[in-house]
Design a protein around this ligand. Sequence first.
Ligand code: IPM
Ligand code: MG
Length: 370
Amino acid sequence: MKKCIAVLAGDGIGPEIMKEGLKVLDAVAKKFGHTFEYKEAMIGGCAYDTYGHPLPDETKRVCSSADAIYFGAVGGPKWEKLPAELTPERGALLPLRAHYGLFANLRPAVIFGPLADAASLKSERLEGGLDILIVRELTGGIYFGKNKVKSITLNEGVVQGEYAVDYMIYSVPEIQRITKVACEAAMKRDKRLTSVDKANVLESSKLWRKVATDYVQKNYPHVQLNHMYVDNAAMQLATNPKQFDVIVTENMFGDILSDLASAITGSIGMLPSASLSDTGFGLFEPIHGSAPDIAGQGKANPLAQILSGAMMLKYAFGLNTESEMIERAIMSVLEDGYRTGDIASSARLNATLLSTAEMGSKVTEYINKM
Ligand code: IPM
Ligand code: MG
């Protein structure tokens, strides 16, 4: 198979972990006789520094001509004070998600058995492992509603202060299409779906709950649906995560709950994601950020980036065997005690600490052996 991949490494640890992601993809390509052509383009702060914009037209051209987008991370303190539309997050990442209609964000929170000792929960709460899929709506809600900052002025025109407002808006079709994605996923799993909202307070959540209920009842009668308020969902995730199979939720709740889920599974350095449009075009990125505090030190865990590559093979190219091979290689690497700093636990005595590049090479070595 021949595929063209837009490679957007971004800022901070992005370039370091991307290098490892590509190393692993190359190993897979070699083993199975595929050709992956990489087209690199700039995004985020580095693009702003070079082109004066965090999402240059050239980058969009590269993405549009590719079969999938492989993304690292963007952002950093250097660009935080720019006007909103020029920041890496609001000027590049969100517009990119919107531009390609990537409304369905799949964030699997899986505990790798050998990492149970690095997880934040007592191991009896994770007995038998953990496998949750968070389906986060990614192109709507408060991230994309109108927002503004305004000054409050008194009658005499004296500025009294500022107020800021963000609108959380959801329409029926937006809720239906993400519910559908979640139901399709649930049907391939344990057929249990938890819809998370704040329907006791928010109108958008009341609509969400009603639409999700109707949609599941009518179209997926075999899916067992329950509803949970987001505050309770956070508590349930932190205390009894094994009750969940698939979680579907709006954009901001999904952002928050997926960070929490990553802490439960061991480290934010372990969680990949796939963001898909209704045509199946996708962007694949780790859920973590650019970690500027550890950038350039070889400390970053490349596994979320590598696992995002595995999701790309599966969801964008239908290469399931290849994708599973990456996951199995990672499992073996962890079983044999190799760790980056974030997942090294004092509970495991004979662990071997690896740098970012060494971890990438180790996974590659295991794939070559398989
Ligand atoms: C994520 C990130 C982004 C988000 C940031 C970088 C804008 O936290 O993908 O979870 O909030 O969506
Ligand atoms: Mg986030």
